[in-house]
Design a protein around this ligand. Structure first.
Ligand code: NAD
Length: 491
């Protein structure tokens, strides 16, 4: 693996910094490069090719050629499975280097980055299993006068554009690549400009695993490159994860050839703690659902609704947990929270907390930068946030929770659902009947009952309302990379 040197402490220092098209590392056609910044130090680390429309055109042409050649789209399912499985083993074998890449680029504590790498490998194994199980139904349509039958083919949708954000590059890029490959698609991956090295590393490993060149291509660059990919007439599908604002643009851009689009977008997830909940489990889990990855998680439980009898206790415990979280060097074993990904994201979080102060919200703890270099922000607990305060309505994507008391869970539903988002929700109670009733009424794609934010490649992931279109992962995720063809035969 030549993207990152195994024996280097920092991992990404040796990265080539060029994109990967048709199995070859190439510079941007314009010669442009962007500078990556290590968020733990705020200092520049290395330069990476900054691709634009021309590079996307080149990569799409290669992916189209590879798809039409049938080298992957018509390869035997067993062959596809073997390569995906080999890829999983290579990810495991390179776990440290891959984890370092995420940590260096976006600041996730190294121990958590390692966990993400493990999940990424398992996603490749899971979809390796699917390769030989893609089937369509058949039926007998014979009558007395005629013999006939129908069958259904599940065919790869074609060339897929995979557009990825920066907040969990290893996991999100692996999910998309593994699923699209299992279906038989070829692809152009457009990673986030903040975290381009992860996709490059994965693409290099895929070549090592035996994937034919040109099947997975990576164009590093920014929003213009992504926009060109979304509008490209030779691209048959866009699988996008990112903000709701960008998702809206992708829908418009994709209209030209009516390409298939799946969108995994933002969230403003509620977490509900009822008075009868096991608080010893619920409060730490709610804290984890908020502060994991410095709150830069689409499913973060940002609005914590607590039933009145236990409200003060939960606020006090949350403040205590927030104050005890070790924020700092992501390589220290006891670090729980690293920095925010970038100066831009840091500025956005600061601006939202400032708006909270103006909106009369009480900052119980945090609400400020950690002194020193890097983009570190203190875990923040807010109370007395009105329903219309910006921190109650907008995705913060930083380590800041709003805690709100309530009396009656049935009337709470209206407030829970009063958001444009619908990605996920958490319910904590010992009254399991009430939990299931709430789960049925909350408008969101995922609901966790008495469990904290576990995400699994086996089950569909995605959002209601402005949190997305379609689902990723599991069988549903695979379907999104397949077209259905009905064949009707009379004999
Ligand atoms: P973003 O929308 O700014 O960028 C995501 C990707 O889209 C990047 O690769 C970017 O370069 C590209 N892009 C930007 N403009 C584009 C355009 N006009 N056309 C096509 N591509 C374009 O999002 P971000 O800041 O990188 O990521 C954070 C967001 O992602 C948050 O809103 C978060 O909730 C969301 N997210 C959602 C999920 C989910 O599963 N629902 C998972 C992780 C993150």
């Amino acid at each position: 693996m030549n993207v990152m040197a195994e024996d280097k402490k920092t991992g990404v220092e040796d990265a080539d910094g060029r994109m990967l098209i048709d199995g070859v590392r190439v510079a941007a056609r314009s010669g442009k490069r962007s500078t990556l910044v290590n968020p733990s130090t705020g200092k520049s680390s290395m330069e990476v090719a900054y691709g634009d429309a021309e590079d996307i055109d080149a990569a799409v042409a290669v992916a189209r050629g590879a798809f039409d050649s049938g080298i992957w789209s018509r390869a035997r399912a067993e062959e596809r499975a073997k390569i995906l499985w080999r890829m999983a083993d290579l990810i495991d074998a390179n776990a440290d280097a891959l984890a370092r890449a995420d940590t260096e680029q976006m600041g996730m504590p190294f121990a958590f980055s390692k966990v993400m790498v493990g999940h990424a490998a398992e996603a490749f194994r899971y979809y390796a299993g699917w390769c030989t199980k893609i089937q369509g139904p058949s039926s007998d349509i014979s009558g007395q006068e005629m013999m006939g039958f129908t069958y259904t083919r599940a065919e790869p949708v074609g060339v897929a554009g995979l557009i990825v954000p920066w907040n969990a590059p290893m996991l999100l890029t692996s999910w998309k690549i593994a699923t699209s490959l299992a279906a038989g698609c070829t692809s152009v991956v457009k990673p986030s400009e903040e975290t381009p090295l992860t996709a490059l590393a994965l693409a290099e490993l895929l070549l090592e695993a035996g994937l034919p060149k040109g099947v997975v291509n990576v164009v590093t660059g920014g929003g213009e490159a992504g926009a060109h990919l979304a509008a490209h007439r030779d691209v048959d599908k866009i699988s996008f994860t990112g903000s709701t604002a960008t998702g809206r643009k992708i829908i418009q851009a994709s209209a030209g050839n009516l390409k298939r689009v799946t969108l995994e977008l933002g969230g403003k997830s509620p977490c509900v703690i009822l008075a009868d909940a096991d608080l010893a489990k619920a409060v730490p889990a709610a804290a984890q659902a908020m502060y994991f990855n410095s709150g830069q998680v689409c499913t973060a439980g940002q609005r914590l609704f607590v039933q009145r009898p236990v409200y003060e206790q939960v606020v006090a415990e949350m403040v205590q947990i927030a104050n005890g979280i070790k924020v700092g060097n992501p390589y220290d074993a006891d670090t729980v929270m690293g920095p925010l990904v970038s100066g831009r994201q840091f500025g956005r979080v600061c601006e939202l907390i400032e708006s909270a102060r103006k909106d009369g919200v009480t900052i119980r703890t945090g609400g400020e930068k950690v002194e020193g270099e890097g983009f570190f922000f203190r875990p923040t607990v807010m109370t007395e946030a009105g329903r219309d305060a910006r921190v109650m309505r907008e995705e913060i994507f930083g380590p800041a929770i709003c805690i709100v008391p309530f009396d009656d869970p049935d009337t709470l539903l209206e407030e829970i659902n009063d958001t444009e988002y619908g990605l996920s929700a958490y319910i904590w109670t010992r009254d399991i009947e009430r939990a299931h009733r709430l789960a049925a009424q909350i408008q969101s794609g995922v609901v966790w009952i008495n469990s904290g934010g576990l995400i699994d490649y086996r089950v569909p992931m995605g959002g209601f309302k402005a949190s997305g279109w379609g689902r990723e992962n599991g069988a549903k995720g695979l379907e999104a990379f397949l077209e259905t063809k009905t064949v009707i035969v009379t004999l």
